[in-house]
Design a protein around this ligand. Structure first.
Ligand code: CUA
Length: 169
């Protein structure tokens, strides 16, 4: 995705530069002011419409359907404390849906799980008085890290746990 965005950006910048170059170096009288005005208005209208349509398209997937249905597989209760995570089970199989129900015993925490390479898979805010739910199926076995992604006090950075994903059956 990023290379595509880069190419589009460079092309758009080149087009804008070409317009400026034309404006600077065009011979006198080469541009009919009335025609230029018409094109200016058309361009503004077209760009505005394109912007509205593109912005509307990014909203199509929202709002997401509520996820409060039955839990499909294994349930893991995660409870946050200053400054550790308590999981009622620390081992789950790969390939089986897991529902994390995360809550906090004190302040707001950020329940996050990172894969063995340290890449964040998901995270959810854990707010006093609420249970936050994440459904996730782990593809690969390994040692995953449970981390806190919301500053929650002096030892926030120490708030780490471990989750083992075993080969599925
Ligand atoms: Cu818990 Cu940061």
């Amino acid at each position: 995705m990023q290379p595509v965005v880069l190419i589009i950006t460079v092309l758009a910048m080149a087009a804008i530069a070409a317009v400026f170059a034309w404006a600077i170096w065009a011979p006198p009288g080469a541009v009919d002011p009335e025609r230029a005005e018409r094109w200016r208005i058309r361009t503004i209208v077209a760009l505005t419409l394109a912007g509205v349509v593109l912005a509307a398209m990014t909203l199509v997937p929202w709002p997401h359907a509520p996820q409060a249905g039955p839990t499909p597989g294994i349930v893991v209760h995660a409870r946050g404390y200053q400054w550790y995570w308590e999981l009622d089970r620390d081992t789950v199989p790969a390939g089986t849906p897991v529902t994390f129900l995360a809550s906090t015993a004190d302040v707001t925490h950020g329940f996050g799980v990172a894969d063995p390479q340290g890449r964040l898979l998901f995270q959810v805010q854990v707010i006093p008085g609420y249970v936050s739910r994440v459904d996730w199926t782990f593809d690969r076995p390994g040692t995953y890290r449970v981390i806190c992604l919301e500053y929650c006090g002096i030892a926030h950075h120490e708030m780490m746990g471990q989750l083992t994903v075993q080969p599925g059956v």
